[in-house]
Ligand binder design. Structure first.
Ligand code: ZN
Length: 538
């Protein structure tokens, strides 16, 4: 096996990196098992004794044991005391993050870890059933149990001084960020977004994606997806694209990044959006320096928010742009033939930017999506601090959907029971989706400055300057910087709601014929498509 740390480093550091690489290699075996289970494994292989569920749990047990070993703890302590080593700021960051990982992994007592896993799995089953039957009261005792266990988990992690329980949970997914900081960004964003969305809803513009419902075969959509991600820069020699019920990206190891997508919705934009989203995650994974630092924080993604910024940038800022469709529509026409023959770039651009309030988060458009997240953030924060009781969850949920999106939620199935997250104790996870949108928009402002002819390049199918920018400014650093620091370094300012709002206003106002946004991207040639915009359930 190749050594990851060169011999100029002291033995304790080299040994530490070797141990972490071994643990990560075993972890990659676990990822491969997981990927296989979602893609090709026969259904019967999951539950039998010794089958996939057992295999996966044995592997994750071994990885956990390795990562929390006393030897690793001792080696980290020796590195922390080595002033020479810490003189190298990259290595100092690497060790800082190794300490964080080690502490997080060792702070939870084994009894709590297994209780969380056991109750979480039962709670998830109860949630599935309750959602199918629209019976919130069946799920209520499970959610109460999971919240209680999650509060215990937060206490083990340690609630920061002057902070709240929620902070300890959020920190797991978005290191260093607090609930108050999220609130400080979300609050102004909410007012402006809600205003824009209500203007769009009230507008008479007929914006539709009907022209993309062409009954394309899965094979043609798959081939088109390949055309696109190859052009974007996803390395298919070091990755692949398969089909699953729920799309995901698994950056399992050096030279091996797997994407999945799904087909079956009427519009070809659905699958393409998922494919580009996962490819965005995948290109981040491929850009991390795993060849030299696999297993170390320097080859890991910074946070869920930054990971999501990469996926959403390619899916939305690229994939819903006019420049992208100038290139992609002719490519699509080659794949889909006569079915797309009459569609022009204006129609495609409009179709990719339909805004329509709906009940379901995962089907939401780029503008309303963030309102779904804000509702979840406010509710889970109140649940975990016990300012909101589980009994009052459905009522609060429905009231907020009325207030934020103007919708009357018809059932808990389409309301507070729709997401899986809370059923297994994922509290503090939701905000990272909107943080991803915010980071993406803020990076994009800088990217547009640094690559002034980006639109022209994208219109020709040349995405290389964009990917090179992301590699240089974000991917190559791994976890060297925390998200806030990276944002400041790259964009010169802290994260703010302004870039995302300016981007959405600049794009959506012209499409919907609203005043005040004509400067960015308005095209008089836009032709309304056939289907009228309507408030409807997604
Ligand atoms: Zn994602």
């Amino acid at each position: 096996m190749a050594k990851s740390a060169s011999s100029k480093h002291p033995a304790h550091y080299t040994r530490l990196c070797d141990l972490l690489r071994e643990a990560a290699s075993i972890g990659a075996v676990g990822s491969l098992l997981g990927w296989d289970q979602e893609t090709y494994m026969p259904h019967a292989g999951a539950a039998m004794p010794g089958g996939r569920a057992d295999q996966s749990s044995i592997i994750s047990g071994i990885v956990h044991e390795r990562r929390t070993s006393k030897e690793i703890g001792d080696l980290i302590a020796r590195c922390e005391a080595d002033k020479n080593l810490l003189g190298d700021s990259r290595i100092a960051a690497n060790i800082r993050e190794m300490r964080r990982d080690y502490d997080l992994a060792t702070k939870l007592p084994t009894s709590l870890v297994s209780e969380l896993a056991r109750t979480g799995s039962l709670s998830q089953d109860a949630w599935k059933d309750a959602r199918a039957k629209n019976r919130f009261k069946d799920f209520k005792p499970w959610l109460e149990k999971m919240l209680d266990l999650t509060r215990q988990k937060a206490k083990c992690y340690g609630v920061p001084k002057g902070g709240e329980v929620y902070d300890a949970l959020l920190d797991e997914y978005e290191p260093g960020m607090t609930a108050r900081e999220v609130e400080g960004i979300f609050t102004p964003l909410r007012g402006r977004l809600a205003g824009l969305v209500s203007e769009i809803v009230a507008s008479k513009a007929k914006v539709s994606d009907k022209c993309t419902e062409i009954g394309a075969s899965q094979a043609d959509q798959h081939a088109f997806g390949h055309d696109v991600i190859k052009a974007l820069g996803f390395d298919l020699n070091a990755g692949r694209l398969d089909t699953t019920a729920h799309p995901f990206c698994s950056g399992m190891g050096p030279g091996d990044t797997r994407l999945t997508t799904r087909y079956g919705k009427p519009s070809i934009l659905e699958a393409l959006g998922s494919t580009m989203h996962e490819a965005g995650h995948g290109m981040y994974e491929q850009g991390l320096p795993k060849g030299t630092h696999f297993g170390q924080p320097l080859a890991d993604a910074i946070s869920l928010g930054i990971h999501e910024s990469q996926s959403r940038m390619w899916e939305n800022l690229v994939g819903r742009s006019r420049a992208f469709w100038q290139w992609a529509l002719p490519v699509a026409k080659k794949r889909f033939g006569a079915k797309l023959a009459k569609v022009n770039v204006d129609q495609m651009y409009a179709a990719a930017n339909v805004v329509q309030p709906s009940f379901i988060r995962v089907e939401a458009d780029e503008a309303t999506y963030n309102l779904h997240i804000m509702i979840r953030f406010a509710i889970e924060r109140a649940l975990i601090s016990e300012d909101l009781s589980v009994s009052d969850l459905p009522g609060t949920w429905n009231a907020m959907y009325k207030e934020y999106l103007g919708l009357k939620v018809p059932s808990d199935t389409l309301g507070c029971l729709q997401d899986v997250h809370w059923s297994f104790g994922l509290i503090g996870y939701f905000p990272t989706y909107t943080l991803g949108n915010l980071y993406a928009a803020q990076f994009w402002v800088q990217i547009s400055r640094d690559i002034p002819d980006l639109d022209k390049r994208m219109a020709k199918g040349d995405f290389a300057p964009l990917l090179a920018w992301l590699r240089k400014n974000i991917h190559q650093h791994g976890r060297r910087y925390r998200a806030a620091e990276l944002c400041q370094r790259v964009t010169g300012r802290p994260l703010s709601a302004d870039p995302l709002m300016a981007y959405l206003e600049g794009k959506l106002r012209p499409i919907y014929g609203l005043d005040g946004g004509a400067k960015a991207g308005a095209k008089a040639a836009f032709k309304p498509a056939r289907r009228a915009h309507a408030m409807a359930m997604a």
